[in-house]
Design a protein around this ligand. Structure first.
Ligand code: PLP
Length: 494
């Protein structure tokens, strides 16, 4: 399979090269030149397989240079007893037409684990296959969950190191504690004064700094990314759309071949894009519903065809979706425009210079054919958590609540009652303060006390990875301006 860049469709590189490099030198994102087809017979076979086998079967379609044995080894390492359930992505049925896909049973209690437990294996194998002998340093800008999940995935992996920047004002108490107590000899964590977009654009500047690249090369290092712009991050996410569909069939919510809707709490557009690719591969999907919080730039884009980031940035109770530039949207635009790299480059240049762009009517029509969008504010998010718990005894986190509410609104507005999967992206324990408030409890205590309180109030068990935070020492305390991020990298890679 050939991979291209969203800003250079004539590029011709392998999967291993795409994964090893992360971001293309032209600023674009690596993308398969075509998507493999999956037949209904194959889906039927996958229905009888466990999650690891599903992962091998889907991923190998994209990874010519990897053997099935190799991938089976990666899947066994990525999705096993590091999860608190053998079924790494269990589907929880709510009623006859609605189910939640719980993607947070891994080591950091959020869905980023689904990709980031797999990526280090893909990356270190890709480096070997491409003959790379420098050490890779993974540079991450995180809105909270990615950073911790990447740290867990890469800690003490040979030939790698990892440096994570998080926005000082953009993550929860527990997320901050998870990162600042991270263990491992090859890890670094640093706060940036500002929001997620500051941290992310700071990292982008570092990646495009040729002088720094040269200096690090002399020292025997090169930089790569674990953000959802890396193809090795996106690919493992395609798997759980197939897996969820199989479990919808197995659970009797749909018959094989019937269509389902997916509603996805969206930030950087990686998760829902994986659903789009699954659909293009042949998974029976009716609509993809893109759910946002008050940072509803995607809702407006889907409605109008104009992407406009010139708007106030809101800090919300669903911080992993507090994003005004959704990087992976570029891959969707590349696909919808028929792989028109110059058009994509033009839109991205306008985004950089004016903060907005408008897609063509043709692209807008293709967008309309698949995507719906909606958003939900913080008060509504809390009230949805409260009422779902009261009515169904089912506790969800703030991000999942945004998606559930947007699905309910979508159904009300359109009358489309196609069986739907709400993609559940975090354990409620990761966002205890908002979840407790939603249940009518006070939440003015340190994060870890709230974890115990949520357990006491709901009679549910604290996830083990959070329970163990209590006994861990804080290792990382540095906080820098955006302009100082480069110095942090140079110091880390001495
Ligand atoms: C990262 C994240 C999201 C957003 O996913 P994208 O792939 O960035 O759209 C939603 N919910 C949670 C809990 C997350 O960690």
């Amino acid at each position: 399979m050939r991979y291209v860049s969203t800003r250079n469709a004539t590029l011709d590189i392998t999967a291993a090269q795409a994964i090893a490099t992360g971001l293309s030198r032209d600023g674009g994102l690596f993308t398969p030149a075509s998507l493999p087809a999956v037949s209904m017979e194959t889906v039927s076979t996958l229905c009888k397989a466990d999650y690891r086998e599903r992962a091998v079967n889907i991923m190998k379609l994209f990874l010519d240079e990897f053997t099935a044995e190799e991938l089976a080894g990666f899947a066994a390492a990525a999705y096993s007893d590091n999860y608190d359930t053998m079924d790494s992505a269990p589907l929880r049925k709510l009623d006859e037409t609605t189910a939640f896909l719980e993607l947070w049973h891994g080591p950091t209690c959020a869905f980023k684990d689904m990709a980031l437990q797999m990526l280090p294996h893909l990356l270190s194998a890709s480096l070997k296959k491409t003959g790379e002998n420098r050490e890779v340093c993974i540079l991450v800008a995180t809105s909270g969950d990615t950073g911790k999940a990447a740290l867990e995935g890469f800690k003490d992996v040979n030939g790698t190191s990892i440096l994570v920047f998080y926005p000082e004002d953009g993550v929860s108490d527990v997320q901050k504690l998870q990162m600042t107590t991270q263990e491992g000899a090859n890890v670094g964590v640093c706060a940036v004064k500002g929001n997620f977009d500051d941290a992310q654009s700071g990292v982008k500047v570092i990646f495009s700094d040729e002088q720094l690249r040269g200096e690090l090369d002399k020292r025997g290092y090169f930089l790569s990314s674990a953000n959802s712009i890396n193809w090795g991050r996106l690919l493992p996410q395609i798997v759980y759309y197939f897996s969820a569909y199989c479990d919808m069939v197995n659970g009797g919510l749909v018959n094989l071949g019937d269509k389902v809707n997916f509603c996805v709490p969206t930030g950087n557009f990686g998760n829902i894009l994986a659903g789009y690719y699954a659909m293009k591969m042949g998974l029976p999907v009716n609509r993809l519903i893109c759910a946002s919080n008050a940072n509803n730039v995607l809702t407006d884009f889907i409605k109008t065809g104009t992407y406009d980031k010139n708007r106030p940035f809101h800090t919300t109770v669903s911080p992993s979706m507090d994003i005004l530039i959704s990087s992976n949207l570029e891959r969707l635009l590349f696909d919808l425009s028929g792989m028109d790299d110059s058009q994509v480059r033009g839109w991205m240049e306008k985004l950089a210079s004016e903060g907005k762009y408008t897609v063509t009517d043709e692209v807008k029509a293709k967008l309309d054919a698949v995507f719906s969008g909606g958003f939900c504010d913080d008060d509504t998010t809390r009230s949805v958590i409260g009422s779902l718990y009261k009515d169904n005894g089912y506790l969800i986190d703030t991000h999942t609540a945004v998606a559930y509410k947007v699905l309910c609104d979508y159904r009300g507005e359109t009358g489309d009652n196609t069986p739907a999967v709400v993609v559940s992206t975090a354990s409620p324990y990761k966002f205890c303060d908002a979840v407790l408030e939603a249940l009518g409890e006070s939440a003015d205590a340190p994060g870890l006390e709230l974890v115990d309180k949520l357990s006491a109030v709901t009679g549910t068990a604290v996830p083990k990875p959070l329970e163990s935070l209590k006994s861990k020492a804080r290792r990382f305390t540095e906080s820098v301006e955006k302009t100082e991020m480069k110095d942090v990298v140079e110091k880390f890679l001495k």
